[in-house]
Design a binder for this molecule. Structure first.
Ligand code: SF4
Length: 114
């Protein structure tokens, strides 16, 4: 991450390296909540999401996404959502983002029916 972005990063006190090699297990909801809480409101969240996508970061937390040992479609959709909107994605946001990309509607009854 660029130095200017690092200085503004909400996680600068923790240090980005603290997340390297993070034990991210699939379906770890607690870690997902932690990631969204940590990154929500970060002034460089958009840059962080774009960089994580470009560099294909794994085993870390970026832009409110706890990324496991590979960038799954779910992690990439969450990062793409965050890059586009500037805040961490919820599970529903991820489903919608994926649906927009591949032209399918998410299977969810959380939203209003049309
Ligand atoms: S979005 Fe999260 S991981 Fe990225 S710089 Fe901000 S606090 Fe750190």
């Amino acid at each position: 991450m660029k130095q200017a972005h690092l200085e503004l990063a909400q996680c600068r006190e923790i240090g980005l390296e603290a997340f390297c090699g993070y034990e991210v297990t699939r379906g770890n909801r607690e870690l997902g909540r932690y990631a969204r809480g940590l990154c929500g409101g970060c002034p460089v969240i958009t840059e962080c999401a774009n960089e994580a996508l470009d560099l294909e970061d794994v085993g870390t937390i970026r832009a409110g996404v706890a990324i496991g040992d590979q960038q799954t479609w779910r992690a990439r959709a969450a990062l793409e959502f965050c890059a586009a909107h500037g805040y961490p994605a919820t599970s529903l946001d991820v489903a919608v983002q994926w649906g927009l990309k591949y032209g399918v509607r998410p299977r969810s009854n959380a939203g209003p029916r049309d």
